[in-house]
Design a binder for this molecule. Sequence first.
Ligand code: FE
Length: 376
Amino acid sequence: MQGSWKKLYIAAAFILTLALIAGCGAGSSGTPEEPTQQAAGGTNGQDQAQPEEQAQPEAGGEVNIYTARHYDVDAELYSQFTEATGITVNVIEGKAPELIEKLKREGASTPADLFITVDGGILNTAKVEGLLQPIESEVIDAQVGEGLMDTDKEWIGLSTRARVIVYAKDRVDPAELSTYEALAEDNWQGKVLVRSSTNLYNQSLLASLIAIDGEEAAEQWAAGIAANLAREPEGGDRDQAKAVVAGAGDVAIMNTYYVGQMSVSDDPEEVKVAEQVGVFFPNQDTTGTHINISGAGLIKHSKNKDNAVKLIEFLTAPAAQETISLANYEYPVNAEAKLPELLASWGEFKHQELDFAVYGENNPKAVEIANKVGWK
Ligand code: FE
């Protein structure tokens, strides 16, 4: 076992070193692709990993991640994994489409073992591009909930997030709220806040409604939302909640975890915003609340496949799942994981039952519809 690890390590280290050299040669593009090493005790820092450091292998070898998730908690978990297994975790951060291009370019010579990103559509794109391979692990099968992994197990969910309706507690009676579809009706004119349709969260929501309600109804919905906007879309999800509290509109479509994160923010204004908005899970009597997923795909040409699978097993175990949920307020994919108090207080909810691949498949249509109806 040790011997094969060593061989794997040497091969991977050689390829990674080559990649680093090649990367440095082309590296003045300013993209956030500097590799950062997340060995034990490491932080989510910007330290550039030196090839010399990688010539000193840990007993357990290594695993190389290309990730579009930029959360401190991820780095913390990689450190814990290294401590527990001796496997060094090397991370290259970037935007998901750039990382996919990088993987395509590198082909069989890629040093990457795992691709980690947010959004089921993007994970599906990596699969469709032929960049991934099935992940075989009974541990993962037992730990991850049904429907929260790729149908061919080429990627595995690490967390989910719900896109909900957030409302001004002092002005809106939650009994007035029901579905996403209802927010497009005339009585919400000038009261709806949502970020730009250029954002993937909204594109995936619209993609899900195309799948559920059909293209024509989804277009009518998008047109209704665009007509009901309280203001031209600006800012991110947090800014929509802030605008609700400031009185710019009454309801906002946004992801739950931002409310959780604001509730423990260092900024007292954000804490106040989190206190003054209510969270409503739409479509409970119909098709369920829209959820999206973050996940890890196993790279087809992974040189450290066993280590990569071990890392996914670690990340989907109850302990890591609770850490992710507590730090980010995302929902765990492992039902054994305990929810943070705030999430538990919102209660259980029914969510859409869709193959996440649909978000990718319907994305071009969603973008086309948003443009057509003038949702900026
Ligand atoms: Fe986000």
